[in-house]
Design a protein around this ligand. Structure first.
Ligand SMILES: N[C@@H](CCC(=O)N[C@@H](CS)C(=O)NCC(=O)O)C(=O)O
Length: 500
């Protein structure tokens, strides 16, 4: 009888458990509490002198390598997950060796920094993550290339190599693995996650590393709770829906007196840390999504250069990720240190502004189409006869965001009725935004410590009225857990319209 000694919350243990479930091996299970250090006990070291999990025994055979346990178990049963054909087997073996010698250690850095450290209430080491980035991309691109050729790593059948290689990325959302540039790898890991053997073993992993997700419990306010999530309480400036119109003037005028200004209804709300399900948000459902985004472009104080050199990257990105036929980038705003003292309504400031701490959405059902007419002239009518959507791309610049992060109000928690108009009065024209009335049902999300290699996509208008998200409320907020000496948040927001 095969005996296995492991803690299902660790990468290599989970690999073995999922593998044995795939193969259908019978075994006797011995829990070794990794998080309590039981692998280092004298008693366990008699079985595995390396003091690591997993280990397996079968009579006098002792195996202390997860991949060797998979090979042995598959051979015990004579299983298709480890075929006897020499060439197929050699191909599987080389992936098993590659995983143990290269892939595991690379993915492990992300697990330690983004999952384990928050669990232990210590800060991730950004330098360690940055140092691993190029290696991760190099290794992931090799996997991606392989997976562009077949459904599974070694052909049409799932093998133990698939489970071995998937295990180091088993928390890929919480690990913040940048999967955007490797679409085949992303497709494959989703297929792994649909396997019954993987699903059966997910609960134990979540329980060990993401107790909040597993139990549905809330973390303590403002702390990195024992769950590894950084949910915080923060004030959001909603607007009272009064009889008179809500307005903002961007120039001095007598009419400005006695107006109803937005942001007069602050409420304390919970903001949920979205990292544990970062790749599951969608612009069509929650109204926003998170993507990795690499650019060499860096000159943010030259508007002409931004438009000429950076806008085309955004056009490409939206065409690829949203399947848009045509994309127009029409505006951008830099929120930076030098702009922090600028008033929201400062008439002369256009591309350089301070973060907005007002719950709002940039367009309304009327101002969206109007903007298409203003910018697309004679083509507008035809373009508007098909679907048009506006996306804001929000990207940290220069450094990781340490304060005033951006939060999004999940569209599934904010029905259209929660939005009403804010009239923007300019000297030469009127504009419209939506502001929001408060509701305790609103669910807020943010991605703490976003890096310049990540972007949030916000849907600010959609002409489609088929039930998909059309307007996402959002706001910068004062994160009470930001260190007092945190460097000022610097970001760029790019406004676009996409034609389908
Ligand atoms: N190459 C070994 C690695 C086993 C290993 O390093 N396991 C980790 C848990 S995933 C461990 O037990 N580490 C010991 C420790 O951190 O004290 C295998 O694949 O089984």
């Amino acid at each position: 009888m095969l005996h296995i000694y492991l803690d299902p919350g660790t990468i290599n243990s989970r690999k073995v458990l999922a593998g044995l479930a795939l193969i259908g091996t019978k075994y006797e299970y011995h829990f070794i509490d990794f998080f309590a250090g039981a692998q280092k006990s004298e008693e366990f070291k008699k079985i595995n002198p390396h003091a690591t999990v997993p280990a397996a025994t079968d009579g006098d055979l002792v195996l202390t390598e997860s991949n060797a346990i998979l090979q042995y178990a598959a051979d015990l049963e004579g299983n298709a997950a480890y075929p006897k054909d020499l060439k197929k087997r050699a191909d599987i073996n080389r992936w098993l060796l590659w995983e143990a010698s290269a892939w595991f250690s690379c993915c492990y850095v992300y697990l330690v920094e983004y999952v384990v450290k928050p669990l232990m209430k210590t800060e991730p080491d950004q330098a360690a993550i940055d140092a691993q980035g190029p290696r991760w991309h190099q290794l992931a691109s090799i996997l991606d290339e392989r997976l562009s050729k077949s459904k599974w790593l070694t052909g049409d059948e799932v093998s133990i190599a698939d489970l071995a290689v998937a295990a180091p990325m088993h928390m890929h959302a919480a690990q913040r693995l940048p999967l955007e540039q490797t679409p085949h790898l992303k497709r494959w890991i989703a297929e792994i996650e649909a396997l019954p053997c993987w699903q059966q073993t997910q609960g134990a992993v979540d329980k060990a590393l993401l107790p909040e997700a597993a139990n549905g419990t809330k973390s303590a306010n403002g702390t990195n709770g024992t769950d590894g999530h950084k949910d915080v309480q923060a004030t959001f400036n909603y607007t009272k829906d009064v009889q008179q119109p809500t307005e903002l003037y961007f120039y001095e005028s007598d009419a400005e007196k006695n107006i109803h200004e937005p942001g007069d209804d602050p409420h304390e709300m919970t903001v949920h840390d979205g990292w544990h399900r970062a790749d599951q948000f969608s612009v069509d459902k929650e109204g926003f999504s998170l993507h990795s985004f690499k650019t060499a472009y860096e000159i943010w104080d030259d508007d002409t250069a931004v438009a000429k050199e950076f806008y085309p990257e955004i056009v490409d990105f939206l065409k690829k990720t949203q399947n848009a036929k045509r994309v127009l980038v029409f505006d951008h705003t830099i929120r930076s240190k030098t702009n922090i003292s600028k008033k929201l309504t400062q008439e002369t400031s256009t591309s350089q502004r301070a973060p907005v701490t007002l719950v709002h959405c940039d367009y309304t059902a009327e101002s969206g189409p109007l903007r298409v007419h203003q910018l697309m002239g004679a083509e507008a009518k035809d373009l508007l006869s098909h679907r048009v959507a506006f996306f804001n791309i929000w990207k940290p610049i220069r450094r990781t965001v340490e304060e005033h992060p951006l939060a999004m109000c999940d569209v599934t928690s904010s029905p259209p009725d929660d939005f009403f108009k804010l009239y923007l009065r300019y000297r030469d024209r009127n504009g419209e935004n939506y502001v929001m009335r408060h509701s305790p049902a609103h669910k807020w999300w943010y991605f703490p410590k976003m890096s310049p290699e990540q972007v949030i996509l916000l849907k600010t208008f959609d002409s489609a009225t088929d039930g998909r998200a059309r307007f996402v409320g959002h706001s910068a907020f004062n994160d009470p857990t930001s260190p007092a000496d945190a460097p000022t948040r610097e970001s760029v927001e790019i406004r676009t319209m996409a034609f389908f």
